[in-house]
Every structure is written in structure tokens, then in C-alpha cells.
Design a protein around this ligand. Structure first.
Ligand SMILES: Cc1cc2nc3c(=O)[nH]c(=O)nc-3n(C[C@H](O)[C@H](O)[C@H](O)COP(=O)(O)OP(=O)(O)OC[C@H]3O[C@@H](n4cnc5c(N)ncnc54)[C@H](O)[C@@H]3O)c2cc1C
Length: 495
């Protein structure tokens, strides 16, 4: 045992030898993990609340009862069938980089670690598609495509620590989303195993008109509607050229106005990033232009001439018309060099309570939403670090990505504050007509707000879940759906 002070009953400490043997008959002994320490490594993902708890020797959920590592679609199907026959709960596991607790076991689940499904199946340049197994590491995948002169354009900050299947399961977004779209715009087809073990194939076809999209039941499913084993994604040729432009703008309003008009003018910069004053200051120290124009924005244009130059000129004309000007490119180079670095662990290790919350607002709502949120978090804790940036922009609106950070303090004081901050940010999003999640998904941490987000839609997805998974075996208690009887009830803020 470790030094954890969690109740033994919650650790699923008894290993089910019979189940382990049955799983080993499918995947081989080496691919069933039953040792406590090995299972313990799967008791969390990157949910900050779980991290806060672990600093104090506690868990957010439980230690899973077993871990199984399938190496083929057929093995995944056999595992799901076995789980059905024995009423065993399963959690698909990508790489555990989710930040909402989607992969945290809460009952007596078996983790299905998909990282042995790690191959590119085929590259099809003519139809501009790549087919890849779901457990492939994101960076390994992108590097392999780059070596052949291609990209999918899906470049999340977590690309080095996440899988392709995890991207789709969480309905994620990459840093180049303004040009290539979010993952739901990039997935063309997929293979999955439904909760009863039935294989499902969405054939990759350019478009179809055959009723509601079954693909979209799996894209964003967070493990609750099946296990994705393979994906076919859009493929693009690597751009010939890329140009980063740093901008100094007089105000946030001017920056939002420029981004809105750029997207509504059908221009598609690869990257658009606007930082609020707090985040701009951190990145522009010593740069004179930002004394008078304190808002930093970064635009990246890519492609080939003459379109590249024309797009850049048209976008910079819009920027100039709102009072923005081009600044030295240091902040672009710094962003590019650090685009895949995770900062949160540094703060967690130093005892801070660091978290991020990403929401979507329409352009008409963003100014009021941002002002209300800035005021609300300071009312909850006046010395809070609060910063925001807008890095996924659309003709209709943008993702507002916020960092909240409380200084080191007692857990009993910090967790209720953390809980109130989330409540304020999620409720204000809804009050301003936005969506509570842009790309991190729901997991378990956003369960409290999902009903208000979806309305009658939550009943629809619960009914679909009940029909596909009548015993509630696939990742129960996530996505705002019903949990398993007797599962750990994660009450945020309670110590
Ligand atoms: C530092 C940092 C930066 C991040 N930046 C971004 C970002 O830029 N953009 C972004 O979108 N997200 C980001 N995230 C969040 C996270 O990386 C993504 O949600 C990622 O897509 C999760 O992938 P994973 O493979 O690690 O999945 P996991 O964390 O293992 O799983 C996440 C959820 O998906 C389910 N799941 C995983 N694989 C499958 C599968 N094959 N079939 C069915 N269900 C499955 C799990 O059951 C779970 O519910 C970031 C996280 C961190 C820690």
C-alpha cells in the first residue's frame, strides 16, 4: 500500500482473480495489470481537483479494480462482451490528460488502456484522409504525418500527452482551429465498439444525408457510448510558408472587433490569439509599443502566395482600422517555442490551486461575460490570479480560456473557494447565453451544469445511453449521465 489515507473500501483493493484470468485469456497475461501500484496510476487524470486532493493524500475517485490493454479491435470487442456478461464497468483510457475527470474511476471499473492501438493504418492523399488507431500518441502521429508532408491541423497544447481517440472522445480543439476547425470538423469516419460489444463503423465519406449523425454520438462521447478504436481524419498538405504577426491593440474591445471582422470576412488565419491585460503584461515586458496599446494579439497566416499575402494584407487592414499595429515578433516566437508546454503542474507542485476553465461565447456576449466574470472571481477572492485569452475564434464567437489561481493555503479553505469560482464562471457563461465547455469536455466535474446547458437534450442522451447500455457499464457517471449505484460521489469543495 502507499501512504494514501483513503478508505480501503474505496480502493477496490481486492483483485478479482477470476476476472483477471478471463481478461488475460483475451489479451495475454502481460496486458492485464493487477498490482496495486500499477492500478493506482490510473486513479486520476489531469483534473486539477484530483491533483489538489492527492497533495493531501486523498483521491477524487477510487483505484480501479483492474487495467486491461487490448492490442486489436477484436480484443476490444471481446473485452466489452465479457464485461457485459459479467456486469463489469469499463472506462476507456487514452493517456489520462483530460482535465475534467472523464477517466477517473468512481466505482469498481476496469480501465481499458488503448495505447497499444498505436499505428497509422493508411494515408490516402487523393481523398485527403488518414486512418489511425485510436490509442496513438498525438505528437508521434503528427510527426509521422509531417515526415510525409502532411498535417491534420489538430494541434492541442496537450498533443504530446494525449491520444487521437482522446481528442475525438472529448470533442477537443487544437491551436490552429480557426483554419482547420475543431476535431468534430476533422473526423470523417471511425470504428468503435458499442457498449454491448457490437462493432460500429462510420465509413469515411465526404458528406452524407442519411439522418442524424451517428458519428457525433461518438465524437464527444467521453467513453459513455462505446470505445473508439480507429479514426479517419482530414488530411492537409503542410503549408509552404507560415508567418507569425504580433499586434499591439489599444483595448480588448478593439481586439475582439478585429477578430470578429477577420472571421466574418472569410479570412482564415491559422492561429488567432488575443490576451487580456493580465496575460498580455506577462508576455510583453520591455516592449514599448504595449505601453500605449496594452493588448497583445498573435496572428499566424499560412499557405502559399498569392493567397497567403492577400489574406495577411486584408486581415492587417482590419487590425489597423481598429487602432492596432504590428509589434516585434518576440511574443510569437515565445508562443511557438512553448506551445506544447503544460504550466499547471509547476503551480500545483508549488502548492498553488491552479485551474483553467474554457467556455464559448458569441461576440455580442463576450464583453459583458468577461466583465462579469472578472468581477465575480475578485469578489470571491480579491487576490486571485485571473487571466483570459481567446484562441479559438469563429464568425459567431470565440472560446474564452481562463486561468484561475489561488495561492497556497489550507485545503479546507481552498476547495470551497475553488468550488465557488467554478460555480460563478459556469453560471455566468449560461447567463450570457454561452456554452459551459469549448474543448475540454464534461468529464464528471461539469456534471452540475450540464442540465442547464442541454435542457431537454440531457434527457435525450440519457435515453440513448439507457438503450445502448442498459446496465450502465460504459464509464458511468460522466457527461452528466446517471452514475453507478454505490459509486463515489465527488462533492467539490468537501474535504
Ligand atoms: C496541459 C494540458 C493542455 C491541454 N490542452 C488541450 C487543448 O489544447 N485542446 C484540447 O482539446 N484539450 C486539451 N487538454 C485536455 C486533454 O488533453 C484532452 O481532452 C485530450 O483530448 C484527452 O486525451 P487523452 O487521450 O489523454 O484522453 P483521456 O484523458 O485518457 O480520456 C478522456 C476521456 O475520453 C475517454 N476516451 C479516451 N479515449 C477514448 C476512446 N478511444 N474511446 C472512447 N472514449 C475514450 C475517456 O474515457 C475519458 O472520458 C489539455 C490538457 C492538459 C493537461
Amino acid at each position: 500500500m502507499t501512504g494514501l489515507t483513503i478508505a480501503a473500501a474505496k480502493t477496490s483493493d481486492e483483485v478479482d482473480a477470476d476476472l483477471a484470468a478471463a481478461l488475460a485469456a483475451i489479451v495475454g497475461d502481460a496486458n492485464v495489470l493487477s498490482e496495486f501500484e500499477a492500478r493506482r496510476a490510473y486513479a486520476h487524470d489531469r483534473l486539477p481537483f484530483a491533483n489538489f486532493r492527492e497533495r493531501f493524500g486523498k483521491l477524487a475517485g477510487v483505484v480501479p479494480r483492474l487495467v486491461v490493454r487490448p492490442g486489436s479491435d477484436a480484443e476490444v470487442a471481446a473485452i466489452v462482451k465479457l464485461a457485459n456478461a459479467r456486469k463489469v464497468e469499463l472506462i476507456p483510457f487514452g493517456n489520462g490528460s483530460g482535465v475534467l475527470g472523464g477517466a477517473i474511476p468512481l466505482h469498481r471499473e476496469v480501465m481499458v488502456d488503448l495505447r497499444r492501438l498505436d499505428q497509422i493504418v493508411s494515408i490516402n492523399p487523393q481523398d485527403a484522409m488518414v486512418t489511425v488507431q485510436a490509442g496513438m500518441n498525438g505528437m508521434v502521429f503528427e510527426n509521422a504525418l509531417n515526415a510525409e508532408g502532411f498535417t491534420t491541423g489538430h494541434l492541442p497544447q496537450s498533443i504530446e500527452i494525449s491520444t487521437v481517440g482522446g481528442w475525438a472522445a472529448c470533442r477537443g480543439g487544437g491551436q490552429a482551429s480557426s483554419r482547420y476547425g475543431k476535431i468534430e470538423d476533422i473526423v470523417i469516419g471511425l470504428k468503435a465498439v458499442l457498449p454491448d460489444g457490437t462493432p460500429l463503423e462510420i465509413r469515411p465519406v465526404a458528406r452524407r444525408s442519411v439522418g442524424p449523425s451517428i458519428r457525433d454520438l461518438l465524437v464527444g462521447s467521453e467513453g459513455a457510448f462505446g470505445i473508439i478504436t480507429e479514426l479517419t481524419l482530414r488530411l492537409w498538405r503542410l503549408p509552404e510558408e507560415e508567418r507569425g504577426v504580433v499586434l499591439a491593440l489599444p483595448s480588448l474591445e478593439a481586439a475582439w472587433e478585429a477578430a470578429r471582422r477577420i472571421m466574418q470576412a472569410e479570412l482564415r488565419p491559422t492561429v488567432v490569439r488575443i490576451y487580456d491585460e493580465a496575460e498580455s503584461r506577462e508576455r510583453t515586458e520591455g516592449l514599448d509599443q504595449f505601453k500605449a496599446k496594452p493588448i497583445l494579439a498573435i496572428l499566424v497566416f499560412s499557405g502559399a502566395e498569392p493567397v497567403l499575402g492577400a489574406e495577411q494584407t486584408a486581415a492587417l487592414d482590419i487590425v489597423a482600422s481598429v487602432g492596432g499595429e504590428v509589434a516585434p515578433d518576440g511574443p510569437f516566437r515565445h508562443w511557438k517555442e512553448n506551445r506544447y508546454v503544460a504550466y499547471s503542474q509547476k503551480w500545483q507542485a508549488a502548492g498553488y490551486y491552479n485551474d483553467t476553465v474554457e467556455v464559448t461565447g458569441n461576440w455580442s456576449a463576450i464583453p459583458g461575460m468577461y466583465a462579469a466574470m472578472s468581477a465575480a472571481v475578485r469578489e470571491i477572492y480579491p487576490k486571485i490570479h485571473f487571466g483570459a485569452h481567446w484562441s479559438h475564434v469563429y464568425p459567431e464567437g470565440a472560446c474564452q480560456y481562463m486561468t484561475i489561481r489561488l495561492p497556497p493555503m489550507d485545503e479546507a479553505e481552498a476547495l470551497p473557494l475553488h468550488s465557488r469560482l467554478w460555480e460563478a464562471l459556469q453560471s455566468l457563461t449560461l447567463e450570457h447565453g454561452g456554452s459551459i465547455a469549448h474543448h475540454h469536455g464534461v468529464g464528471l466535474f461539469r456534471n452540475p451544469w450540464i442540465e442547464k446547458e442541454l435542457g431537454a437534450g440531457l434527457g435525450v442522451i440519457q435515453k440513448i445511453k439507457d438503450a445502448l447500455d442498459p446496465d450502465n457499464l460504459m464509464n458511468p457517471g460522466k457527461l452528466g449521465l446517471r452514475g453507478a449505484a454505490g459509486a463515489v460521489d465527488l462533492r467539490r469543495g468537501e474535504v
